[in-house]
Every structure is written in structure tokens, then in C-alpha cells.
Design a binder for this molecule. Structure first.
Ligand code: LHQ
Length: 261
């Protein structure tokens, strides 16, 4: 599918998705939701892709739903259906993608844009980035998985405060709260993200994917279930060529050369 609202590049095992409606701080219209979902789906299908990076063009990561676009429909669309057919597919696609996703958060991530940022696995924020649950400013509740993801990351008290105040949380605060993994100078975001992407794309992709599955499902399990699930997934990882290569490399005192299988 030819994309018009995102830039999409696949090179050396790394797929890069750039939200590309900079004049609106990369607000999501229907097309951008569909194209982003499709790009993540394609990353899942392409065995050559071993890491995905998502970022925004211009000074924003994403300002969430394009409110002008939604308003223009004059109330003809139910918000629930819009979410079900749009953002839910996108968030599910990201969370279920068994490959690491890096969020290179270059600027503000607001509303559903914050939800998309939270659905990445490793978040690297520029020092000028910020996060904002803009929803309550327009009389809505957080959506796009935010109510599920954010309290798990930073705890209920902080998440609820972010929701009811809709205040901007600067990158440094987000780091202190555990919302992002790293904060870097804006001018170095691309370079540092590229180094992270290289490292992850050179890793044992199957094990990275199964780890994502184990941790994602583990949230809702008791200890016995989680232990059993780990054993089941480890059985799978233990049959991979990367497991054999990792052990051989250790014993031969050399760097492992993982191929992802
Ligand atoms: C925008 C937007 C935007 C359109 C900036 N839309 N143009 C799901 C289901 C259905 C309905 C509702 O929503 C949802 C989920 C959601 O995402 S709800 C939350 C939607 N997002 C927001 O409420 C955030 C709205 N934006 C803002 O509050 C500000 O733009 C922030 C705080 C993000 C950035 O502020 P500034 O840095 O001061 O930038 P700005 O406001 O000047 O924006 C730059 C341009 O981008 C401007 O256009 P203009 O033509 O005047 O230069 C804005 O109108 C446009 N823009 N966000 N969401």
C-alpha cells in the first residue's frame, strides 16, 4: 500500500515509521491510523525486519486525534466505533508484534499520540519532548490503551493526575516516573535511536519477541501461571538457532552472531 501520511523505510533489518503530518504535529486522521497499522503489520510479516522504530516528523511526535478532521464529520461517527475500527487495531498490532518497537519521541505526544508512544517497548525521548493526556481538555477519558498501559508503567496516582490535569509531563519527569527509558539531547535523538535499533536488530529476535509476549501476558497471571508460561516459551526459545549460537559463542569466547531464528 503506498503511504501518504507516513514515511516508511526498511533497511538492514530495521523498519522506520515516521508519522508525517508535521503541520498538525502529526495528528492522526483515519488514513494515518490505517497506514501506521499497515506498516506494523508489514513489519510482523517481514522476517527480515528485526526491530521497528516509530517517530514523528517536525517538532511533534503526535498530537493525537485530528480534531478538525473528526469535527468535520459533524457527529456522524460514534467515537466508540472510531476507536474500535481505528486506534484499537493499531495498538493491538503494536502490542502483539513480537519484535522490539522503539519509540523515538521527538516532541509532544498528546492524546492518542501518547497512547501510541506508550505502546512502544523502549522509549527514547528528546529532552524537549513531553507527554500529555489531552483528553480531559475536551471532556473525554484517556483512550487508545492509555488506561491499561499508563498505570502499569507509572502507577495509578500519577496516571490519574496526568488524566485529570492534562498537564504536559516533560521528558525529565517522564524519565523519573518510568514512562521513558532514556532522555537524550534532541540533536542526538536520531543517532542514539539508530544505535539502539542496530543493537536490537542484531539480537535474538525470537527470544526478544517471546519476552514481549511473556511480560505482556504475565501482567494478568498469578505466579504459578507465569512460571508455567515461562517454561512453555523457554522451550520454544531453547529450540532456536540463536540459542545454539549464543551458547557456542559463549563457550568459544566470541561475540554471538544472531540471525533472529
Ligand atoms: C492539531 C492538533 C490536533 C488537529 C495540533 N488536531 N490539529 C479519539 C476518538 C475520537 C475523538 C477524539 O479523540 C480521540 C483521541 C484523542 O487523541 S483526544 C486528544 C486529541 N488531541 C488534543 O486534544 C491535543 C490538541 N492539541 C493541543 O492541545 C496542542 O496543539 C498541543 C498541546 C499538542 C501542542 O501545542 P503547541 O505546541 O502550542 O502547538 P499548536 O497548538 O500551535 O499546534 C500546531 C498546529 O497543529 C496548529 O495548527 P495551526 O494551523 O494553527 O498552525 C494546531 O491547530 C495543529 N494541531 N494538534 N489534535
Amino acid at each position: 500500500m503506498p503511504y501518504t501520511t507516513i514515511l516508511h523505510d526498511v533497511k538492514d533489518g530495521i523498519a522506520t515509521i515516521t508519522l508525517n503530518r508535521p503541520s498538525k504535529l502529526n495528528a492522526f486522521n483515519d488514513q494515518m491510523i490505517d497506514e501506521t497499522t499497515d506498516a506494523f503489520k508489514a513489519a510482523g510479516r517481514n522476517a527480515a525486519v528485526r526491530c521497528v522504530v516509530i517517530t514523528g516528523a517536525g517538532r511533534g511526535f503526535s498530537s493525537g486525534q485530528d480534531l478538525g478532521d473528526f469535527q468535520a464529520r459533524g457527529g456522524s461517527v460514534s467515537i466508540g466505533e472510531h476507536l474500535r475500527h481505528g486506534y484499537h487495531r493499531l495498538i493491538r498490532q503494536m502490542v502483539s508484534l513480537e519484535k522490539p518497537i522503539i519509540g523515538a519521541i521527538n516532541g509532544i505526544a498528546a492524546g492518542a499520540g501518547c497512547g501510541v508512544a506508550l505502546a512502544t517497548d523502549i522509549r527514547i525521548a528528546a529532552d524537549e519532548a513531553s507527554f500529555m493526556l489531552a483528553f480531559s481538555r475536551i471532556g473525554l477519558i484517556p483512550d487508545s490503551g492509555t488506561n491499561w498501559l499508563l498505570p502499569r508503567l507509572i502507577g495509578y496516582a500519577r496516571a490519574y493526575e496526568m488524566a485529570v490535569t492534562a498537564d504536559r509531563v516533560p521528558a525529565g519527569q517522564a524519565l523519573a516516573w518510568g514512562m521513558v527509558n532514556h532522555v537524550v539531547p534532541a540533536a542526538q535523538l536520531s543517532e542514539i535511536t539508530a544505535a539502539w535499533a542496530r543493537r536490537l536488530a542484531d539480537g535474538p529476535t525470537l527470544a526478544f519477541g517471546l519476552t514481549k509476549r511473556a511480560m505482556g501476558r504475565g501482567w494478568d497471571m498469578d505466579l504459578d501461571e507465569a512460571l508455567e508460561y515461562e517454561a512453555h516459551l523457554q522451550e520454544v526459545a531453547g529450540r532456536s538457532s540463536d540459542n545454539r549460537e549464543g551458547i557456542a559463542a559463549f563457550l568459544e569466547k566470541r561475540e554471538a552472531r544472531f540471525t533472529g531464528g
